[in-house]
Design a protein around this ligand. Structure first.
Ligand SMILES: [Zn+2]
Length: 396
């Protein structure tokens, strides 16, 4: 116990320094993160580890995947510690201080991403030299991805590449803020924009125009009908709150005035399916309705009328079995056997689909994530370091 506390005391100041450095990179989803990745690479390079990057060239973003195989270069199935490098936007006017300058106050560190989830990345980077200096029985892999906060754009690019490299993994810990509790399931997250193109005309003669707004409303009504059907559907596992797949229309935009038939309208909507079939149910039914009911009516008046559904992203849900390797590992490390499910999406479903036993567990509370004056407590960072130190002891 004392030895462990000594290591925490030794690594903690470095963790804070790294976290302050990471907060300085304004890696808002969709914007470049290459400088942050370079920073991580530079620290890791000194340790004689192997890293590779996968990039999104057009937007200057990269994932970094590093393997720490220890002094004896273990190549058995390793453990992935994964974190996303992007953060949600911050409006400086609302913050008490600059969101991209870390501030230490009352045993907390404030700054955008401190909690979600640069705190976890800082802990893993601070621990990397300790992992590298040991004779590890299993390698530790650090996975830092881009653009998770939107619809998980980075991780699939990295996982595609990992597939080709044929590396074996035994477990994956996604360090999203869960107050260090094991999260074993979350719903999927699908996001769409549907664009309606109609024909403009004078409001006094609606028969000769195609109102994009009116067709968008009928489409919305159909979505709400489907939502009610999903609500009635019983699922085997009633673990989520609410215990059914949801659907929501977030934005509608169309028309220019009362007396003009609208030729353009867009709908932004999302669904959070419990199972992939629920997601497919929505897609199939709404696409059929658009194609077989709405479009023929629109085209009768205006052959160029159109309904186009754009998929912004479809993030798969996550549902790890009780007693899976990753869940057991984390519960043993934290000594906390309570498992939970959450309503926010993560990259966990992608790693699970990739074939690795996965669990979500990381420092900080989700209540602070995405908020004004986001912070993480020193205690949470220390609990995360403790978990990583215990992980090291298990694999040497
Ligand atoms: Zn996150």
């Amino acid at each position: 116990m004392t030895a462990q506390k000594n290591i925490i005391d030794q690594v903690f100041p470095e963790t804070l320094k790294i976290l302050s450095d990471l907060i300085k990179f304004p890696t808002i989803s969709g914007s470049p993160n290459l400088k942050l990745i370079e920073y991580c690479e530079k620290r890791l390079r000194k340790l004689g580890v192997t890293s590779f990057k996968t990039v999104n060239k057009s937007t200057q973003q990269a994932n970094l995947f590093t393997t720490i195989s220890g002094r004896k270069k273990s190549n058995s199935a390793g453990i992935i510690l994964s974190g996303h490098t992007d953060v949600v936007p911050a409006s400086p006017k609302e913050w008490s201080s600059n969101p991209y300058v870390a501030i230490e106050k009352n045993n907390k560190i404030y700054g955008r991403g401190s909690c979600d989830m640069k705190g976890f990345i800082a802990c893993t980077l601070a621990m990397a030299p300790l992992f590298a200096s040991e004779n590890l029985k299993k390698p530790i892999h650090l996975s830092y991805t881009y653009d998770e906060e939107t619809v998980c754009l980075g991780a699939p690019v990295m996982l595609d590449d990992l597939k080709k490299r044929k590396i074996n993994f035994s477990a994956c810990i996604i360090g999203e803020p869960t107050s260090m509790r094991a999260i074993t399931a979350h719903k999927g997250y699908n996001e769409y924009i549907t664009e309606f193109t109609g024909l403009s005309g004078h409001a006094s003669d609606p028969e000769h125009g195609v109102s994009a707004v009116e067709y968008a409303i009928r489409y919305s009504n159909k979505l709400m009908e489907l939502r009610n059907e999903l609500k009635r559907k019983k699922h085997k596992k009633n673990i989520f709150s609410p215990p059914y797949s949801t659907l929501q229309i977030g934005k509608i935009n169309g028309g220019i005035g009362t007396n003009v038939i609208a030729d353009k309208c867009t709908l932004d909507w999302e669904s959070r399916p419990i199972t992939q079939e629920d997601g497919e149910f929505i897609n199939k039914n709404i696409d059929d309705y658009a194609e077989k009911t709405l479009l023929p009516e629109m085209k009768k008046v205006y052959p160029k009328a159109n309904i186009k559904k754009i998929t912004i992203g479809e993030v798969v849900g996550f549902d790890e079995k009780e007693g899976s390797e990753a869940v057991n590992l984390v519960c043993n490390l934290t000594g906390d056997n309570s498992k939970d499910v959450v309503s926010f999406g993560t990259e966990a479903g992608l790693f699970q689909e990739f074939g690795v036993s996965t669990v979500v567990c990381g420092p900080g509370s989700i209540e602070q994530a995405h908020t004004v004056d986001e912070y993480i407590t020193f205690d949470q960072l220390k609990l995360c370091l403790k978990m990583l130190i215990d992980l090291k002891s298990r694999i040497i």
